[in-house]
Design a protein around this ligand. Structure first.
Ligand code: ADP
Length: 296
């Protein structure tokens, strides 16, 4: 199975004409609530890709938490190992989006910050473990030390505490901004420079580093080799969740036994389709659509 260790948030979204300045009040012309959190998004993406997915995370004992467990369950994610914690709220992201699609986001981690190593059930030897940086790093270190077939870290958002986890994982996934941040250099301008920078990040000789490149697809670097897979040629409507879709789909594909190069192309197709619909969870594509899009 794919075991996702990560965040579960409710996204509260307000659409406004202009983002408020400090001290200013603006009116929203639309509000909506969507399931979110990188962990939950990636779990849904992996499940829609056809994997059996177990979620390890934490929510509060509140209406938002129950709503999130229902949403994850409806997407086919096993939430039996999600902790329901008293006296803390379910993680919430308050998102304002203006007419030009610029945004302001405030995240209240809530229960996600209380996910402790003891809350992760023992892993199984055949598992693919997938994690991101929205829950405590100690918990991720414990999860990556449990039995597993493959360990994948999407080191997002970029945090100093992620670096100590790099040697524990087989596959490291970053976007271009995160790559530059971790490497401590300016954004790479060419594919060759990206490949070179990705090699610098590699913490183990046998590690695969994957860099997602937005409209340019993704590149994987391992040993003295690299493989670039172009993006699906699409006209994006909303790229929210595309990175999460890529990670979740990739984990599902690697769990099935696909080689890195094949998995990269199919995960790009999944993420490309994700850009064609609004939101993250509602936009995660089903396996059949992904395979049809990339002719696999
Ligand atoms: P993030 O959203 O984390 O910044 P990227 O922008 O690199 O990550 O996007 C993640 C993946 O989503 C890409 O590797 C690609 O497969 C897909 N994607 C993103 N933007 C586009 C686009 N404009 N056209 C096609 N695919 C895209």
């Amino acid at each position: 199975a794919v075991c996702v260790v990560g965040s579960i948030n409710v996204d509260v979204i307000a659409r406004v004409e202009q983002l408020p300045l400090p001290g200013e009040t603006v009116m929203a012309h639309q509000t909506l609530r969507l399931p979110g959190g990188k962990g939950a998004n990636q779990a849904v993406a992996a499940a829609r890709m056809g994997a059996a997915v177990r979620m390890v995370g934490a929510v509060g004992d509140d209406e938002a938490g129950r709503w999130m467990l229902e949403a994850l369950g409806a997407a086919g994610v096993d939430v039996g190992a999600v902790a329901r914690l008293a006296e803390v709220s379910t993680g919430t992201a308050y998102i304002a989006v203006d007419a030009r699609a610029e945004n302001q986001i405030i995240v209240a981690s809530g229960a996600n910050a209380r996910l402790t190593p003891g809350m992760a059930p023992p892993g199984e030897a055949g598992d693919v473990v997938l994690a991101q940086m929205e829950v405590p790093a100690e918990t991720l270190a414990a999860a990556f030390s449990a039995p597993a077939r493959l360990r994948i870290l999407n080191a997002a958002p970029a945090l100093a505490s992620a670096v100590a986890l790099f040697p524990l994982v087989d596959v490291l996934i970053v976007n271009e901004h995160e790559l530059a941040w971790y490497a401590g250099c300016a954004a790479a301008e060419t594919l060759a420079a990206t490949v070179e920078t990705a090699r610098m990040l590699r913490a183990r000789a046998d590690q695969v580093v994957i860099v997602t490149l937005g409209a340019a697809g993704a590149v994987a670097v391992w040993a003295d080799r690299h493989f670039h897979a172009p993006a699906l040629p699409v006209r994006p409507v909303d790229t929210v969740g595309a990175g999460d879709c890529f990670c979740g789909a990739l984990a599902a594909l690697l769990e099935e036994g696909h080689a890195i190069d094949a998995a990269l192309g199919i995960a790009n197709a999944a993420a490309g389709l994700c850009t064609l619909a609004s939101g993250a969870v509602p936009a995660m594509p089903l396996r059949a659509a992904v395979l049809a899009a990339c002719g696999a």
